[in-house]
Every structure is written in C-alpha cells, then in structure tokens.
Design a protein around this ligand. Structure first.
Ligand code: GH3
Ligand code: MG
Ligand code: MG
Ligand code: MG
Length: 338
C-alpha cells in the first residue's frame, strides 16, 4: 500500500543524465522517520547508480552529514526530534555544508510552507506521494548544480595551488637574484638595499651604523699562480673567516670579485675597526696548501661609521669605507684603515 502511495506508477527511475552527458554519481543522504519510504527511495536511487545513506531524523542526519558529506540530501519535513526545516537551518550554519543540494519532502504544497522551506535553505521540494518521474527530473536539475559547484571548487583549488607555486618560485627567483652563486652570500643589489634599511633603522633608534669594505690583496696573482679553481677555494676560505669574525647582526655581502661589504648595525667606528682587525689577522693566519705549496692570503679593509657628521647618506658611508680601503692598499696592504 505504502509503495503505491509513495510511487504511483512505475518503480523504474529515468536515466539520471540526458543526451551524451556522462552519468554523475551522487552521494545522497535520505532522511525520513518512515522506514518503508527510506527503503524504497534507497533501492531506487541505488539502482540508478548512486551512493545512498539513510538517517531517521534530523539529529541522526547531522551526524551522517558529518561522516559522509553528502552532495545531495532528500529530507522529509515532518519528523520527531528535529524536523526537516530545523535540520536544514542547522545544516546551513556550517559553511562547509552550504553547497549540499537539499530537497524537502512535503505533503502539502502551501505557499507559506514552501516559502518557509526556501528561507531555511532548502533548494527544491518534492510533494508526497513522490512521483518517480518528477523525482528523476528534479534530481537531474540538482545533479547539474552539484556538478557545476564541484567543477568550480576544483578550479578554485587548482588556482590556489597554482598561485602558491607561483609565489614560491617567485620568492626563489627573488632570492636567486639577490644571492651570489659561489659563496651563497647576498650580492651587491641586496647590499645596497640593506644598507638603506640599516641606515634608516640606525637613525630611528639613534645607534651608530658602521661598515667595512674588504678586498683580498693581490688576488689576481693567486689565480695566476694556482689557477682559477684554487682561487675559488681560497675565496671561500676568506668568506669563512668573514663569517667567524662577524656577529649575528652583521650582514656580509659579496659586492663582486674578491670584494666584500660587512654591514655592522649598532656598532661604533672603534668597535668596527677592532672587528676588522680580527678578520684581517684570521685571514693572515689561514693555512692553505695546494700542490705542496702554501698560499699566503691577506686582506685590506676600510672602515667607516655614520657617527661621522660628514657622512650624510648610506652611499657616503660606503664611499668612505671604499676610500679607506684604497688608502690601506696604498699604504702597503694587509691593514685596516678607519
Ligand atoms: P689588489 O691587492 O689591488 O686588490 O689586487 P688584486 O689582484 O686582488 O686586484 P684586481 O682587482 O686587479 O684583481 C682581482 C682579481 O680577482 C681578478 C680576478 O681574476 C679575481 N677574481 C674575481 N672574482 C673571482 C672569482 O670568483 N674567482 C676567482 N678565482 N677569482 C676571482
Ligand atoms: Mg515524517
Ligand atoms: Mg684585490
Ligand atoms: Mg678588488
């Protein structure tokens, strides 16, 4: 009796897709307090190829939604504990469940009731007794919406991943553009930017900023004597000495060739000079051997500080250090001038 009441006419469900469109399998949740109706609908929809779960009331349904995240729900209106409308309102409170396509099944098609249902977040309704052709037709409409939504969500996810990849590779490119390949130190471009920043910071916190310009002495002759490869290794040893003689806050940059800039924030000229001397002595003490011969290396260093009232810009600070570096060269190399 119930079967005929529910499904007058035929039990077969029309194909879920029309034309050449591919069948789109739905994850469906059926909610009804009537076991017979649940079973009938479940059989029908499962036979049509869908994945179907059932719940006996709104509370059970919410738990099931949590568990399987259905794409489509067909819920009875009148149920004990939590009716279909209350269930739908609850469902829509969760943003993750906003896109679930919801049918409400009602006995009367009164305007007020339908308005109430749509206001609760229902997408479509079915009237009892459910006609299988009508169900099939409306299911297809719901399917279309679900499919479009999933395609959109997929595209959005793809876009998000693409944007992330782009940001990562952009960041890598930027780093690459600011890094010296041989030593891994920041390069001249970075040095100039960083110098500007440290200058501004030094003015703001009213602490001195110093810098040192370091150049390897007669490096060309090391290359000429031992070859470029050995020259590269020798250069790396100097970088190591630069690192070990510097403090955490110092910024060591390779300006080019065998010339380095060390930015020393919160450092007076005197402190920077002492640090430079430590570096100079470390390089002098380096024991490098190649092909049975010892490589003797030294550096010349020019030191400057913005505590000097004549230094009015980061550019002038670097120029001052450069002038003093060349003074150190002229004075015989392997020395620090401040
Ligand atoms: P000075 O004491 O006056 O600084 O003499 P110098 O020979 O060090 O100065 P110069 O500027 O004439 O030569 C620098 C040399 O450094 C020239 C170049 O062959 C060498 N050089 C620059 N970059 C590299 C590098 O990455 N690897 C190697 N092996 N040599 C380099
Ligand atoms: Mg009921
Ligand atoms: Mg040199
Ligand atoms: Mg040089």
């Amino acid at each position: 009796l119930r079967a005929t009441q529910l499904l007058p006419g035929t039990m077969d469900v029309p194909a879920m897709t029309s034309g050449t469109a591919q069948f789109f399998k739905l994850r469906i949740l059926l909610v009804d307090d009537d076991r017979t109706i649940l079973l009938l609908l479940k059989t029908m929809l499962s036979n049509a190829g869908h994945e179907v779960e059932t719940a006996r009331n709104g509370v059970e349904a919410l738990a099931m939604v949590e568990k399987i995240t259905p794409q489509l729900i067909i819920s009875d209106w009148m149920m004990p504990e939590m009716d279909g409308i209350a269930f739908c309102r609850k469902l829509r409170e969760n943003p993750a469940w906003r896109s679930i396509y919801v049918f409400i099944v009602t006995a009367q098609e009164s305007v007020d009731r339908l308005v109430e249902a749509f206001e609760a977040g229902v997408d479509d309704y079915l009237t009892k007794p459910i006609n299988s052709k009508v169900l099939g037709a409306r299911l297809r409409a719901g399917q279309r919406v679900v499919q479009l939504q999933e395609e959109l969500a997929f595209d959005r996810q793809q876009l998000r991943e693409f944007a992330e990849e782009l940001a990562t590779s952009n960041h890598r490119l930027q780093q690459l553009a600011l890094t010296d390949v041989l030593t891994g130190l920041p390069n001249r471009r970075y040095a100039i930017d960083r110098m500007d920043q440290e200058w501004a910071l030094s003015k703001r916190v009213q602490r001195p900023l110093s810098c040192m310009m370091v150049d390897i002495d007669r490096f060309k002759s090391i290359n000429d004597t031992f070859g470029h490869k050995v020259g590269d290794e020798a250069l790396k040893h100097v970088v190591h000495a630069l690192r070990s003689s510097s403090r955490k806050q110092d910024v060591i940059c390779r300006l080019g060739g065998e010339e380095f800039l060390v930015i020393c924030p919160d450092t007076s000229l005197e402190q920077a000079w002492q640090q430079a001397e430590r570096l100079r002595q470390q390089v002098e003490a380096l024991k490098l051997n190649t092909a049975g011969k010892q490589i003797q290396m030294t550096v010349s260093i020019g030191v400057s500080s913005n505590a000097d009232t004549e230094i009015l810009s980061p550019d002038m600070l670097m120029q001052q250090a450069d002038r003093r570096l060349y003074a150190a060269k002229s004075a015989g190399r392997n020395r620090t001038v401040s």
